[in-house]
Design a protein. Structure first.
Lengths: 528, 255
């Protein structure tokens, strides 16, 4: 059974290579990234030689990060690896023990398990000293990898029912926001701190006090003990780690046994309130209500709003702590509006087959104007407070809270430009979306990646160009008394943004009127 | 006989080299419950999409109650209701919100749309689930919700693509009675289906489509010609059974 499931996993990996260009590129990128992570972690761990207990602290942190990654990532990519879901094998006459061994073997197959093993083996050069130290390090790394795999299996099997449900998938998808924030924070802040010498192995001193008794900590401290002449303690730690893995494995098997005979769960929760909000305000209000509800209930929408806020912060966070803080603030406002536009530049494709219902009802240019302006009202109702709040938050961090108004003025103009371009691209270069296994966010359907990249890039660039007059106005009037220029700038930015959004609505409605059946066909092809 | 509710002449549609609809002529009288049947890939959904203004034809004319669907789409669309084959509509709305949204898109007053939505959900046995998201509905429940969306503005002509696919027998009976009542008032229904027994049972008019062409059309009795509709259908489109030799091992009597 183990051999069969390993073959299944290899076949799935091979099929990913044969599927489509997009899938092939994703596979090659994932494998390359895994190789880079393996090489990078191996190097990092191997240079921690001679740093004493500080090296053990940092190694513990790295081992813990791998444990957390194995805990979280399989939840997000649940649908990607068919061998993770016991339901796919529940139909077959398999004994739990057979299945458990097979699933563990399948989990250990692939680029990322190999990357984990190879990367962590860096401790044999870094933390480990002497033959015994290296021997214990080899055992510790194998146990750490086994712990990661068993943990991932336990979590995904235990949550399989929930993860197959709509709400479970929603929650798993939302994990992307903190992961994106951590990733961006890591690549923006860590290199800066390391470059300034503010982040060294010693910085992690103390972390170890509470991490040393976690499974990754046990593995690392076993190596440290063996390398510092305490082989007995090292073996005890490894035995404790093996015991934890054994218990986790037993819990996993119990959970697997239950998952094989438990029916699929679906979410039964009801929505609050029965009436469609704003529906009394005509077609515009009705469409605004639909888009508003979608922004709240659709996890992809929440992810995009979260990512917009993170990008705004990331764009400015390094600058606001320097004398260039003002430029950082303005850039953040532009980025906010630009990404609001880019993320909604295929609204019809995102609407999916439901747009067929709208297309059979939207009669004429006037109705289409109401449709696009309703959409913009819903998006603006979130974008304006979000961009404003982030602008003022960053201005406060820069210790110039009043300059939040300047960033807000640019942000309001950028939101208007972003929505206008989003409306226009939603019609001019609409493309179907596709939800693929394992990716919580739908992507452009095969063959439409160029259109997707083009419309998003042009929206980002277009917003940059469109807000140039407002940026110039902000910069050129900066020496004027704040009480005069700030209110004028905010009102001017808002009026300019509204004018751009109005023009976008008209342009999009004119274009859409000519190609409504084609747009409906594109939307119907979306597999969301 | 008065003006037909649906009059299609010379309807054509190709996708690249494939001719999906190869010149359809069809007339459905007002007050008819008409079935459009055909094998997979025969052109049923493509034809219905063109008749409902969702797919631009390469050629041909479609009149709905005398209104040209492609010369004046807004006027023609205003009097039709559509249940597409694809059972996925705005899944993040509740059933009640979805029906109200459909009514408001059709220009109905908010209170009226809400009131009709409640009545339709009640008739379609969805009241208990009216506040659940459509994402959590079964296929049959989605079909019923979409039928509610199609009926909320009281259209003159209703187009349904595989309306009873995935619907349980009790709900199917509710839908059948609802459609019968709808046509009894003089409205017209055209629906596509694979289920010959169903078409034979409820339709007064049947058209059989194969390879993009109408190969038979008329009253149900005329089309079946004394046979069952299933047999008449197979005689017209041809049986594709070729598995006897290949699957000789299949069955308990074989080793």
């Amino acid at each position: 059974m183990a051999r069969l499931l390993v073959q299944l996993k290899l076949r799935l990996l091979r099929n990913a290579l044969l599927a489509s260009t997009g899938a092939r590129v994703a596979f090659v990128l994932s494998t390359t990234l895994a190789a880079l992570v393996a090489g990078g972690v191996f190097y990092l761990l191997s240079i921690l030689r001679g740093d004493g207990i500080a090296a053990a602290d940092l190694t513990t942190v790295i081992f813990t990060i791998f444990g957390l990654a194995w805990l979280i990532l399989p939840v997000i990519v649940f649908g990607l690896d068919s061998t993770l879901d016991p339901a796919t094998l529940a139909l077959y006459p398999l004994r739990t023990r057979q299945l458990a061994v097979g699933l563990l073997a399948a989990s250990a197959t692939g680029a990322w398990p190999a990357a984990t093993l190879l990367g962590l083996l860096g401790v044999t050069i870094g933390l480990a000293h002497g033959a015994l130290g290296v021997l214990i390090a080899l055992l510790a790394v194998v146990l750490q990898v086994l712990f990661c795999i068993t943990l991932a299996r336990f979590v995904t099997t235990g949550m399989a029912g929930v993860l197959r449900s709509r709400r479970g998938k929603d929650l798993a998808a939302l994990l992307i926001i903190p992961l994106f924030a951590v990733y961006e924070g890591f690549i923006q802040i860590v290199p800066k701190l390391a470059g300034e010498g503010a982040l060294t192995a010693v910085s992690f001193g103390g972390v170890d006090h509470w991490l040393r008794w976690t499974p990754p900590g046990l593995a690392v401290h076993a190596i440290w003990d063996a390398s510092s002449g305490h082989p007995g303690t090292a073996l005890l730690r490894l035995a404790l780690l093996a015991g934890i893995i054994f218990v986790l494995g037993l819990l996993w098997i119990l959970s697997l046994r239950r998952a094989l005979v438990t029916t699929d769960t679906s979410t039964q929760s009801a929505v609050r309130g029965s009436a469609l909000p704003f529906a009394r305000y005509g077609l515009r209000g009705t469409v605004a209500a639909r888009f508003w509800l979608y922004q709240r209930r659709e996890p992809y929408s929440l992810i995009y709003w979260g990512i917009t806020a993170v990008i705004m912060a990331v764009v400015a966070i390094r600058a606001v702590l320097t004398p260039d803080w003002f430029g950082g603030l303005l850039a953040s406002g532009v980025a906010g509006g630009a990404f609001v536009g880019a993320f909604h530049s295929n609204a019809i494709g995102w609407s999916g087959p439901g747009f067929g219902l709208e297309a059979t009802s939207l009669n004429g240019r006037r109705a289409l104007r109401a449709y696009f302006s309703g959409q913009n009202i819903a998006l603006g109702a979130i974008a304006v407070p979000l961009v404003t709040a982030v602008c003022f938050g960053l201005a406060a961090v820069a210790k110039h809270p009043m300059d939040g108004f300047a960033a807000m003025a640019v942000g309001l103009a950028a939101i208007g430009a972003g929505l206008a371009l989003a409306n226009l691209f939603s019609v001019a270069s609409a493309y179907p979306m596709e939800k693929r296994g394992g990716t919580p966010i739908p992507r452009a359907a095969s063959g439409h990646n160029g259109a997707a990249a083009g419309s998003q890039l042009l929206t980002l660039l277009g917003v940059g160009v469109a807000v140039t007059p407002v940026i110039l106005a902000v910069v050129l009037t900066r020496s004027d008394p704040a009480a005069i220029w700030l209110p004028v700038l905010v009102l001017g930015g808002a009026a300019y943004g509204l004018a751009l959004a109005w023009a976008g609505v008209r342009g999009a409605a004119n274009l859409a009127e000519q190609k409504l059946p084609e747009l409906a066909q594109i939307a119907i092809k979306s597999a969301l | 006989m008065g003006e037909p509710a649906i009059a299609v002449t010379g309807l054509h549609k190709s996708f690249g080299p494939k001719e999906a609809v190869a010149g359809i002529d069809l007339e459905i009288a007002a007050g008819s419950l008409a079935g459009l049947v055909g094998p997979n890939g025969a052109g049923k959904t493509t034809s219905l999409s063109m008749m409902t203004g969702l797919l631009r034809p390469d050629g041909g004319r479609i009149l709905i109650n005398g209104l040209d669907m492609w010369s004046d789409p807004p006027a023609a669309k205003a009097i039709i209701g559509v249940v597409p084959a694809e059972a996925r509509v705005f899944e993040r709305l509740s059933g009640e919100e979805l029906l109200e949204y459909a009514g408001r898109l059709r220009g109905m007053a908010a209170a009226e749309a809400r009131s009709r939505a409640k009545q339709l959900l009640d008739v379609l046995d969805l009241t208990e689930d009216s506040r659940r998201l459509v994402a959590d509905y079964s296929t049959g429940m989605r079909k019923k919700a979409m039928l509610g969306c199609a009926l909320i503005h009281n259209p003159s002509v209703l187009f349904l693509d595989e309306p009873l696919e995935g619907v349980d027998p009790v709900s199917a009976d509710v839908i059948r009675r609802l459609l019968s009542r709808f046509v009894g008032s003089g409205s017209t229904v055209l629906f596509s289906s694979h289920v010959m027994e169903l078409v034979e049972q409820i339709c007064d008019h049947v058209s059989i489509i194969d390879k993009g062409r109408i190969v038979a059309t008329g009253t149900t009795d005329e089309v079946r010609g004394g046979k069952t509709l299933q047999q008449a259908f197979i005689d017209l489109v041809g049986s594709r059974a070729n598995d006897e030799e290949v699957l000789s091992w299949l069955g308990s009597s074989s080793s």
